[in-house]
Ligand binder design. Structure first.
Ligand SMILES: NC(=O)c1ccc[n+]([C@@H]2O[C@H](COP(=O)([O-])OP(=O)(O)OC[C@H]3O[C@@H](n4cnc5c(N)ncnc54)[C@H](O)[C@@H]3O)[C@@H](O)[C@H]2O)c1
Length: 333
């Protein structure tokens, strides 16, 4: 089997600790080239994976390399035209969440990807976890009545950009978007959102993200979901993901699914959900079968829309925002 030639844009922390160790072992691909604006990260990952084609910007990467696919692991603020150039060259595109920080940019990229017809995916890895698969199967056909989800964080992060709303979107957009997306996968589309939040008092030039965000979504099936996040803890973190449907309580917490207190499924070890999302993306390319991808770009930006609209609502006194109208609506295929 000829291996797919894959370029990686952004070889920072997530690439180092999670994605590259997985990608390097996949039989379908060869790591053909790396691109990063940080010379240190570029050199370190190049050495580690014996990749010699190293680029400090993606224009040079696309100019010089013949790639089948590109994986884009750059921070939220940095999405400019890498996805666009790739798609226009017929290169298949995998992009980490959140795929952009504005709906204008997300719609622009989406239009080019759809026109080019390349295989595409957004890194919502939880869709590939065994507990998510099992919950989705068991929730099929049931109306999701209520969801109670929270992700509570501290305010310090490894990356400087995470702590600045302008660069990361804040914790809700950067991180809680995983829960926003998973609930859509399990319970259907959101139709509207309103949110309240509290700004932080300990703002500095290095720390400027909202302290809390409490978000209420209305679902197309009539149910209501509360998803909250905060960056107020001095240490540690806590999360919970509870769904009420069909008279039962589904609890997707800490790698385990319980229904009404009974353990139903456990996630596989060794980051199997990440391996699943990458393998599925590359198999979809090899088989020319885009339907395999559980989070294509068009779908991924619906989760982005839901997260960005929540932030907008909170900034405007909790006003209800219609997610079925522009700029948040995303056209069907
Ligand atoms: N799916 C998950 O579970 C998960 C977990 C953590 C992070 N992420 C996402 O992965 C992405 C990267 O996060 P990270 O923690 O690795 O961040 P990071 O800051 O550690 O790494 C990002 C890398 O991208 C490089 N970079 C920035 N702009 C660039 C550009 N224009 N061209 C090329 N390289 C550029 C940086 O120099 C850095 O090396 C983010 O979108 C983040 O939200 C996903």
């Amino acid at each position: 089997m000829t291996k797919l030639r894959v370029g990686i844009i952004g070889v920072g922390r997530m690439a180092e600790i999670c994605h590259l160790p997985i990608l390097a072992k996949l039989p379908q691909i060869e790591l053909a080239a790396f691109c990063d604006t940080s010379p240190e990260n570029l050199a370190a990952r190049g050495n580690e994976y014996a990749v010699q084609n190293l680029y400090s910007n993606h224009h040079d990467l696309f100019e010089n390399e013949k790639l089948d696919a590109v994986c884009i692991f750059i921070p939220p603020f940095a999405h400019t035209d890498a996805e666009i150039i790739a798609a226009q060259k017929g290169i298949h595109v995998f992009v980490e969440k959140p795929p952009a920080l504005s709906m204008d940019k997300a719609h622009e990229i989406n239009a080019v990807i759809q026109k080019a017809g390349v295989i595409n995916a957004v890194g919502f890895n939880r869709r590939y976890a065994r507990t998510s698969e099992e919950a989705r199967l068991r929730l099929a056909g049931k109306t999701l009545v209520q969801a109670l989800i929270h992700r509570l964080h501290g305010s310090k992060a490894a990356a400087y950009w995470w702590m600045l709303e302008e660069l990361s979107g804040g914790a809700f957009v950067e991180n809680t978007i995983h829960a926003v997306d998973l609930l859509r996968y399990l319970g259907g589309e959101y139709t509207s959102v309103s949110a309240r939040g509290m700004d932080r008092r300990d703002k500095t030039e290095d720390l400027d993200i909202p302290l809390t965000l409490c978000v209420t979504y209305t679902l197309a099936g009539g149910g209501v979901a509360n998803i909250t996040t905060s960056t107020a803890l001095d240490g540690g973190g806590h999360s919970e993901f509870l769904v009420v449907a069909g008279g039962s309580l589904y609890d997707l917490g800490d790698s385990t699914l319980t229904i009404d207190g009974e353990k139903i499924a456990e996630d596989e070890p060794d980051r199997a959900d990440y391996k699943g999302e990458f393998s599925t993306f590359f198999d979809a390319i090899i088989e020319d079968d885009p339907e395999r991808v559980r989070s294509p770009y068009r779908d991924g930006i619906r989760s982005l829309a839901a997260a960005l609209a929540a932030v907008e609502s909170a900034k405007n006194g909790g006003v209800e925002i219609d997610l079925t109208s522009p700029p948040y609506a995303v056209e069907e295929a």
